[in-house]
Design a protein around this ligand. Structure first.
Ligand code: HEM
Length: 396
């Protein structure tokens, strides 16, 4: 029985075993670090089935939920209110709808001029600074962090604090007590910040949520802290990794990079392909079966865990022609890099807009961009639940 999680040995490819599983044993059992077993599903069709079926719960606080932490201890649990990420019906729908209006295509379009300004300012600073520069520090991390901070009404000046703590939370090796402490620090920080907004709620996402839930008679600071926490963490680390990895893919495929520079109308398609190709959130998208269900001819029983391997699904030849090729011109939008079904990424329009603006601007303003370190020497995040690169020295 395979031991999970498997690591990516090549930044451009899934763990080798994914392809074999998808072909020969698409719904199969694996061993988790705590010694327990879980199902893994690897085909595009099956991943979408599981993620769209209420027989599979997203309640990560349940003791039987598959846990990939090496210590094999239960996931951190405390008195935090649940966030939408861990909710099932009937709670999930209302929690998601309460904030959905902040992430519509129209809302995000209104933020584009400010996003463009942020990207330009970061590039001004990078271009004025020494070479080589670390793309992660100069561009990938600050852009999504600033955007989500401004949306929420969190002072960007505190970004070091929550970036350090987020990194500790998602690193698989972080001992559970440290993980819990990092989690508690960000939660206490947000609690204080939100308390400070209660007297005169400002016109930012957190302030608007205070007013809205007060008007509905159900304001509860603990729930808003959990929402703020989820958005802050989900909103910067993921997009940041995609900025670095997407840049890496373009640098490794100069003809496609030139094609994109010549025709920015292709950038949105390129972004979908980058999301598919790297699928940075892979084993994290897990579920707990709550009613016996057949998937691909195999019965998964209530009480059993399932990892839906998005990176395997996104390389499924049944869903994508020549799936291992990076091709910015392919139709890739049916990828599952943002998940699928009711929990599909709430921030996807925001992430797409950020990535589109970043790549358009980077290609236009820094045409001579190149890596200052060979790809093989880059420190990839093989040890984190969300894939990416820690540092990426570039020059121009
Ligand atoms: C959910 C990926 C950016 C907020 C998810 C899920 C995935 C994902 C795979 C589904 C998790 C599951 O089903 O268990 C990504 C990727 C991103 C990204 C790859 C960047 C490239 C963002 C941003 C935000 C965000 C920018 C917000 C500011 C959320 C939220 C959920 C979520 C709130 C939970 C939705 C729910 O449970 O209903 N994301 N995400 N994400 N994402 Fe993202």
């Amino acid at each position: 029985m395979l031991q999970f999680p498997l690591v990516r040995h090549c930044p451009y490819a899934p763990p080798e075993e994914y392809g074999q599983l998808r072909e020969k044993d698409p719904v199969t059992r694996v061993r988790l670090p705590d010694g327990r077993e879980s199902w893994v599903v690897t085909r595009h069709e099956h991943v979408r089935q599981v993620l769209n079926d209420p027989s599979f719960s997203a309640d990560r606080t349940h003791a039987d939920f598959p846990n990939l932490a090496p210590a094999g201890q239960p996931l951190p649990r405390d008195d935090s209110a649940p966030s939408m990420l861990t909710m099932d019906p009937p709670e999930h729908g209302p929690a998601r709808r309460a904030v959905l209006g902040e992430f519509t295509v129209r809302q995000i379009a209104a933020l584009r001029p400010r996003m463009q300004q942020i990207v330009d300012e970061r590039l001004d600073a990078m271009l004025a600074g020494p070479r080589p520069a670390d793309l992660v520090e100069e561009l990938s991390l600050p852009v999504p962090s600033m955007v989500i901070c401004e949306m929420l009404g969190v002072p960007y000046a505190d970004h070091d604090f929550f970036q350090v703590n987020t990194a500790a939370m998602i690193k698989r090796e972080t001992p559970q007590d440290e993980r819990r402490a990092a989690f508690g620090r960000v939660r206490d920080y947000l609690d204080e910040l939100i308390a400070g907004k209660e007297d005169a709620p400002p016109d930012d996402l957190l302030g608007r949520q205070i007013r809205k839930s007060r008007a509905g008679g159900d304001y509860d600071r603990r729930s808003l802290v959990s929402l703020g926490f989820l958005l802050l963490v989900a909103g910067h680390e993921t997009t940041a990794n995609m900025i670095s990895l997407g840049t890496l893919a373009l640098l490794g495929n100069p003809a496609q990079m030139d094609a994109l520079r010549a025709d920015p109308a292709r950038t949105l398609g390129a972004v979908e392909e980058m999301l598919r190709y790297f699928t940075i959130v892979d084993t994290v998208v897990a579920r707990l079966c709550v009613a016996d269900t057949e998937v691909g001819g195999v019965t998964i029983r209530a009480g059993e865990g399932v990892l839906t391997l998005g990176q395997a699904a996104n390389r499924d030849p049944e869903a994508f022609d020549e799936p291992d090729a990076f091709d910015i011109g392919r139709p890739a939008r049916h990828h599952v890099a943002f998940g699928f079904g009711p929990h599909q990424c709430l921030g996807q329009n925001l992430a797409r807009a950020e990535l589109q603006i970043v790549f358009d601007t980077l290609l236009r303003r820094v045409p001579a961009l190149r890596l200052a370190t060979p790809v093989e020497e880059l420190p990839f995040k093989s040890d984190a639940a969300i894939y990416g690169v820690y540092h990426m020295p570039v020059t121009w």
